[in-house]
Design a protein. Structure first.
Length: 288
């Protein structure tokens, strides 16, 4: 087996992949603790007890029972055990070299293999090829809005579209996202915003919704006195007077909307817009 900082025992250190005899010392909802003669008990997780799904550990084990187990992992003072020998073999990291040059903007088709509390394992096929590998879709990358429960959003076997956001070839790990890439337009492409400085804060302009993101919507508005158009951000808090969770519940790409100018940053090429009527008493708060 592979030596991984072996855990000392009277009959030599434990090694990953080694078969050992142990005694069940306690049973918890998530697994059983096994005395394998080391300084501390090893954990036999519920997922490592049998090839079938285990609902009740007492169907398989009882306290004081002698069991044959394999050492699955030794890390940070923990001993992870398994009754499934194939799970104890140190796995070579998967070859993810075909994904190393994947653009973070490109979409690939994947299949959800396993749900985790913090995300999902997705088997992804590289767009335009038949290379596949497993990647982690973190819960924060499922959609722009906060996700409480991964299982509410995706299920095992579901086909999903994902982007590759990072590749760690050495460890054979890739990170995935189902969220749209945040497109940051270079300010050079943005029209000169100077004319907007003279637009009254209560004047309505007609614009078209270009992009919808978690934090707001980009709206294209005509630049006063020219044929050009500029892109401005309507922050989620400026879409409607009511609290909304998702901008997409109120507007869609292509919608024509009425907006007001609330801030102009000529140097940074940023235009702040609002779809909410101006408060009549905002003289005091003008410099907000």
């Amino acid at each position: 087996g592979v030596r991984l900082g072996g855990e000392e025992r009277p009959d030599g250190p434990l090694e990953v992949g080694a078969q050992v005899k142990g005694t069940v010392t306690s049973i918890r909802p998530f697994g059983a603790f096994i005395d394998v003669g080391a300084e501390r008990d090893g954990l036999l997780h519920i997922s490592q007890i049998a090839n079938a799904r285990v609902d009740d550990i007492y169907d398989y084990l009882e306290i004081g029972q002698e069991v044959d187990v394999w050492v699955r992992n030794l890390r940070e003072g923990r001993i992870d055990l398994t009754r499934l020998e194939e799970n104890a073999r140190p796995r070579a990291p998967q070859d993810i070299s075909p994904f190393a040059s994947a653009s973070p903007e490109t979409w690939h088709t994947g299949t959800v293999k396993k749900l985790l509390s913090f995300g999902a394992v997705v088997e992804v096929t590289l767009s335009g090829s038949d290379a596949t590998c497993d990647g982690l879709l973190h819960v924060s990358q499922i959609r722009d809005e906060f996700v409480e429960n991964v299982g509410d959003e995706v299920e095992e076997g579901q086909e999903v579209q994902v982007r590759v956001t990072s590749v760690d070839e050495e460890r054979g790990k890739i990170a995935l996202s189902m969220r749209q890439p945040v497109v940051r337009e270079p300010p050079a492409e943005q029209a000169d915003l100077t004319p907007f400085e003279d637009v009254a804060r209560d004047q309505w302009l007609e614009g078209t919704v270009e992009t919808i993101l978690g934090f707001g919507a980009f709206v294209k508005v005509p630049v006063p006195g020219s044929d050009e158009a500029a892109s401005g951000l309507v922050h989620v808090s400026q879409v409607t007077d009511d609290y909304i969770e998702r901008v997409a519940d109120v507007v869609s790409v292509g919608d024509v909307v009425k907006v007001r100018v609330v801030s102009v940053d000529v140097a940074g090429g940023k235009l702040g817009l609002s779809m909410i009527k101006q408060e009549s008493s905002s003289e005091d708060g003008e410099e907000f």
